[in-house]
Write a protein that binds this ligand. Sequence first.
Ligand code: FES
Length: 243
Amino acid sequence: MSVTTHPKVSTHRQPEPGNFAFTDEEWAEAEKHLAKYPPHHKASAVLPLLWICQRKLGGYLTHSAIEYVAQVLEMAPVRVHEVAHFYSMFNHEYPGQYFIQVCRTTPCMVRGADDLTEMLKRKLGVDLGEVTEDGLFSVREVECLGACCNAPMVQINDWYCEDLTPDRLEKVIDDLRAGRPVQRGSQAGRVTSEPATGPTTLTEVDEAGHPDYPFREGAEAEPAEVRIAREQAESGEQSGGDT
Ligand code: FES
């Protein structure tokens, strides 16, 4: 495969040491990330490349995968190890088929994160960091996952499960164990992070179904109140300019 944006990348198709290597499809994905950065800053792609490795390996990173990324990005291996061991999104042992990360930071904590963790430990019969005997689940506590509006929440593999109670999360576990489809996002039925009682702003839509807000495409760019204030300022009314 020819690479134009980052020509050095393709020279590392058969890295040594180790036997880890991307497939052509994984290379295509990696090169999309690399194309976001100048060639001399390709180390910036370390997180998405490690993520591709982890997905390829079924949920965790190996030493050889980390070394491979270091070669691809021309980084000192220790720097890639540092990144891979800093972020809780990366595992270094098999985390089971469903890796559950319970957010325990303040908004989730005050909304019941501890109850979620206790329910999971009791239901799954594991402590934090352990994998269930059937290899299906493991649980870890992590810091804010950026969905505080829908607290408490957990991340399961690469998707979020929000607006949780112990009962709601228990149902998710039962559904996953039974192979039933699981609703992603809010478990309370709300759309993204709109108010629990439904939207209170942008409730009117135009004929195309788009919210009727002032700066939408095709709308008057300047809201009326801004235009009036600007015109008053320009005419000197607001400041009493000619006195
Ligand atoms: S505190 Fe839990 S998502 Fe931010």
